[in-house]
Write a protein of this length. Sequence first.
Length: 347
Amino acid sequence: MSADLSPGGPLVDVRDVNVVFRKKAMFKKTRTVEAVKNVSFGIAAGETLGLVGESGSGKSTTGRAVLRLVPVASGAISVAGHDLLRLEGRALRKARRRMQMVFQDPYSSLDPSATVAASVSEPLLVHDRLSAREARARALDLIELVGLRASYADRYPYEFSGGQRQRIAIARAIALNPDFIVCDEAVSALDVSTQNQVINLLERLREEFDLAYLFIAHDLAIVRHISHRVAVMYLGGIVESGPAERVYNHPAHPYTQALLSAIPDPSPHRRRGERIVLEGEVPDPARPPSGCPFRTRCRFAMDVCAERMPERTAVEGGGEVACHLQTSGPLLAGAPLGDLTAAATRR
Ligand SMILES: Nc1ncnc2c1ncn2[C@@H]1O[C@H](COP(=O)(O)OP(=O)(O)O)[C@@H](O)[C@H]1O
Ligand SMILES: [Mg+2]
């Protein structure tokens, strides 16, 4: 799909991106929130990057920044070799149609007063300038492609289940043949079996069209099976990233370990150890802790953690982690979760 992409380079390349919001409160000083801090990642064509973290950690803002839907304070974003932050006018519109977004609530992307066929054909009429007849024919194909009957085309969103509505939103998102889709909590509101069906659909479309996904979810369990690589966010920054297998089996960051320990493990012969309860609340993003942002909730916190931000370091098995344990700690990051749990109990 992306003929002008240099071979081997990532389709989406995000480098040290920062997004800052100014919050105006009445009778109070305007506060700034660094919603996204020095975030970097790449996504190749046909690849899925899972982005996880608690609510408020900056996942949606990251996804919106990549689509240039929020102002980017600093950093660089390139898509298929184009410097996205420098594009304007026609070139920006052209770049944008290669990138789409699917939201948690299809009601926010589907017009409740428009039929399915009308919703799916709208981008074709607007951007592809197809005739009404051609657009409808293509919409019917898309509706079947996402697993719905073409005979549903003249129904309205309220006549469908949540999973079906999400399929319609996906049909609309792929109408213009994008290369890249941000799925922002796209399956989070669905029950588990519907989640799996929609994930299977996304997988099938990814393979068929070589799509790249930024797959956002607050729950690590959801992204596990769809992601090639995973990045974990906390208070605006990526604290750990790497191949999904490595992150799930050998999480290096105490925050990732805590998130993973909360997932029930279906395999009886693999012991995950005790559940790590995350104490306390996520700090106010407008007043983040000094040093490591996670230190106020970290059971391994050391003096150095309050003094300086840990650097990103490579993890055995792939990826990176930003944690002082990696460099100054008594524990070897990347050790199996059970070992770390045991070590923490001994302390
Ligand atoms: N438009 C906005 N204006 C001001 N603050 C915002 C805006 N959007 C998000 N934020 C703030 O940025 C931080 C990250 O939000 P968000 O990206 O939505 O997190 P997540 O998707 O991980 O739940 C939060 O503190 C949120 O309140
Ligand atoms: Mg969000």
